[in-house]
Unconditional design. Structure first.
Length: 193
């Protein structure tokens, strides 16, 4: 019987840092063991439920609020959620943390340098920004505040997708004894590097 230590995995980071790729990889791995999960992707949410929102500070906050509310409902129904959102500033993280305060959440920072994100430019956002067709892009002229050290940091610039997925997987099931305590508490200070 597989049980998760967390009800929500929230992956955040710059555009093109690998958040969605990592979330999809985790979702596939979860399905391979016969369990389900709800994947919440920022682009998909903005194409549907949040299509009326732009990228102002208040719209970004509302988008995160909606995602956190869905993740909360999912968790209360016993379904793991894997969320992939830029979640660029502490104020956005605070909104999600407040909504998810009674739910065990694994906060993951898909950490990647701006230079590598520019090179990857999966959706062409940085190119659009450079050509003057997009403003307030997180990582360009939009601010991204590094999350606290208590978040699981995954170096998506230097780790491949399998290794990155394994880091989250080990926390979900408490397989990686250093840094993982029963009850789902992740302690970054105990992780061996």
């Amino acid at each position: 019987m597989h049980t998760f230590n967390y009800k929500v995995v929230w992956i955040l980071g710059l555009p093109s840092a690998g958040k969605s790729t990592l979330a999809r990889s985790l979702q596939v791995r979860i399905h391979e063991i016969g369990l389900g999960c709800l994947m919440l992707d920022g682009d998909e949410l903005r194409a549907g439920l949040s299509k009326n929102l732009g990228f102002s500070a208040s719209d970004r906050e509302e988008n995160i609020r909606r995602a956190a509310e869905i993740a909360h409902l999912s968790a209360k129904s016993g379904i793991l959620s894997v969320a992939a959102f830029i979640t660029p500033q502490e104020v956005h993280r605070n909104v999600a943390q407040f909504i998810l305060k009674d739910v065990p959440v694994l906060w993951v920072w898909a950490k990647c340098s701006r230079e590598v994100c520019y090179q990857r430019d999966v959706k062409g956002l940085y190119r659009k920004h450079a050509n003057g067709h997009l403003s307030n892009l997180t990582g360009a002229d939009g601010e991204f505040e590094d999350p606290p050290s208590s978040f699981l940091q995954i170096d998506t610039e230097n780790n491949d997708i399998e290794d990155s997925t394994n880091l989250i997987w080990n926390q979900l099931f408490c397989l990686d004894k250093p840094g993982c305590e029963r009850g789902g508490t992740f302690r970054q200070d105990k992780v061996l590097r």
